[in-house]
Design a protein around this ligand. Structure first.
Ligand code: BES
Ligand code: ZN
Ligand code: ZN
Length: 470
């Protein structure tokens, strides 16, 4: 669905979100009640030229979900010109959350449908009574639209099939985004990985017919306040390798590029948020396949920093790619303020936190608190998984420095994170956080304003964090 926010004189339908009937006159209240509408979340009633939508609260996530429900209901009608002016007679319209609900809730993915129903809606938001000052209003609107566009771009990328989105496609997309945003973009193939001792990443992609790509984008404002590095797992497909996934476990593994895709989405929004930090996006784009040339359980790999890794499960491939990408980042970029990696790294993270929630791990409590605040503000869900002194011994190897997979599944998200910790330099330990987005990035169902498939997890969260760095 295409949505255009613009001024319209004659509208077909007006959306009114209600929490209760407090602000309705008696006639309206009776009419709504007699029609079976009780203003509860998820309820939608179309009456004449008004679409009433129920919501438990008139702010934050509830408001986004209400407008997401509203726009889905409107898309099923013949109407195309929509007006939004009232929310329960609230004095101030929360335009940011309304736009997020509309733009994120109306996303559809039709690329593979033979009949594409591409509906276009014109929406007029009457901004006479907003909570924003006039000077801030346009900025808020533009920023929100840009961020939602990036989230939807990430959804498109992740939903695209592994045949249509290979490591090389990822590199092309990165170049396209760099060109549009005036970013620097460097792309390296397997020769570079060989020359630079990135053998862990190289091994994962060896059985694929698609060459692995290391992609480095840079956003450089004038007089940057500091440096932020974002590293993304970009497995364009993960069949598990020789430690082959089950048929069921393999379905949806096109989502394994969600970390790298989120990094692309973030890089695509930095101009829009007038980011004052230098930001580096580093993507490891690789396909994990089987074949005579596949890397094997029992292999020992030497990573870029010289650490040796005993492969015990080729399905624990993401951490191998990230290990070398994290080394590359810290070798190439000095004086880092924050280094975050985003990855659909473990099924164990979904077991630990449930679907929808990103697992955040790292050494620095203060930094985790900042992320908690950014999560609350952005609407993304995070949970923090703790390290302890006993867990690191679980990834010790008898024949190499560390193993890539532990036989015990207990705390699998944490042991994966502790594996990555081996590739973080001492000076960056407190600057690093690992985001396991396995549960939030891709669900085969609709949740709130998130569609079936890719959600674009990580984009709003990290952009909110960056915006809050003064
Ligand atoms: N890409 C998967 C993790 C995943 C699972 C992402 C479900 C999204 C949804 C990852 O590469 C993987 O297979 N991890 C293994 C690790 C294990 C072998 C130690 C897992 O989670 O089972
Ligand atoms: Zn895997
Ligand atoms: Zn994977």
């Amino acid at each position: 669905m295409k949505i255009k926010l613009k001024e319209i004189k004659d509208f077909d339908i007006e959306i009114i979100v209600l929490k209760d009937f407090k602000d309705c006159n008696k006639k309206e209240k009776d009419l709504l009640k007699n029609s079976g509408f009780s203003a509860k979340e998820g309820e939608v009633l179309h009456m004449g030229s008004t679409l009433y939508v129920g919501s438990s609260k008139l702010k934050g996530e509830d408001l986004k979900i209400a407008f997401s429900n509203a726009i889905k209901a409107v898309s099923k009608t013949k109407y195309t010109n929509i007006k939004i002016s009232l929310v329960n007679n609230e004095k101030e319209l929360d335009i940011k959350n309304i736009i997020e609900g509309l733009l994120l809730g109306s996303y559809t993915f039709n690329k593979y449908k033979s009949k594409k129903e591409e509906k276009s809606l014109n929406i007029f938001i009457d901004d006479k009574n907003t909570k924003y000052k006039k000077i801030d209003l346009q900025k808020v609107i533009n920023e929100t639209i840009a961020i939602c566009d990036s989230v939807n771009l990430v959804r498109d990328i992740v939903n695209t099939t592994p045949e249509d989105f290979t490591p090389l496609t990822m590199a092309q997309k990165a170049k396209e985004i760099s060109f549009e945003n005036a970013l620097e973009c460097k792309v390296f193939g397997e020769d570079y990985l060989k020359e630079n001792g990135m053998n862990a990443m190289l091994a994962v992609g060896r059985a694929s017919r698609h060459e692995s790509q290391l992609i480095h984008l840079t956003y450089k404002p004038k007089n940057p306040k500091g440096k932020i590095v974002l590293v993304g797992k970009g497995l364009t497909y993960d069949c598990g390798g020789l430690s082959l996934k089950s048929g069921e476990g393999m379905v949806s593994m096109k989502c394994d590029k969600s970390g790298a895709s989120a990094v692309l989405g973030i890089m695509n929004s930095l101009n829009a948020i007038s980011c004052e930090y230098e930001v580096h996006g580093i993507l490891g784009a690789v396909e994990n396949m089987i074949g005579g040339d596949a890397y094997k359980p029992d292999d020992v790999l030497v990573a870029k920093n010289g650490k040796t890794i005993e492969v015990r499960n080729t399905d624990a491939e993401g951490r191998l790619v990230l290990a070398d990408c994290l080394c590359y980042a810290q070798d190439e970029i000095k004086d880092i303020d924050y280094i975050f990696d985003l990855a659909t790294l473990t099924g164990a993270c979904i077991i630990a936190l449930g679907e929808y929630t990103t697992g955040v791990m790292g050494h620095n409590k203060k930094l985790k608190n900042k992320i908690d605040k950014a999560a609350e503000k952005s609407g993304e869900l995070v949970g923090f998984l703790p390290y302890n002194r006993y867990l690191p011994s679980m990834i010790k190897s008898s024949i190499a420095d560390i193993v890539n997979s532990v036989s015990s599944k207990a705390g699998g998200a944490i042991t994966a994170s502790l594996f990555l910790d081996n590739f973080i330099k001492d000076e960056n330990k407190d600057k690093w956080l690992h985001f396991d987005i396995a549960g939030a990035a891709y669900r085969e169902k609709v949740w709130g304003y998130n569609p079936y498939g890719a959600s674009g997890a990580g984009v709003r969260l990290i952009l909110e964090f960056i915006k809050n760095q003064k």
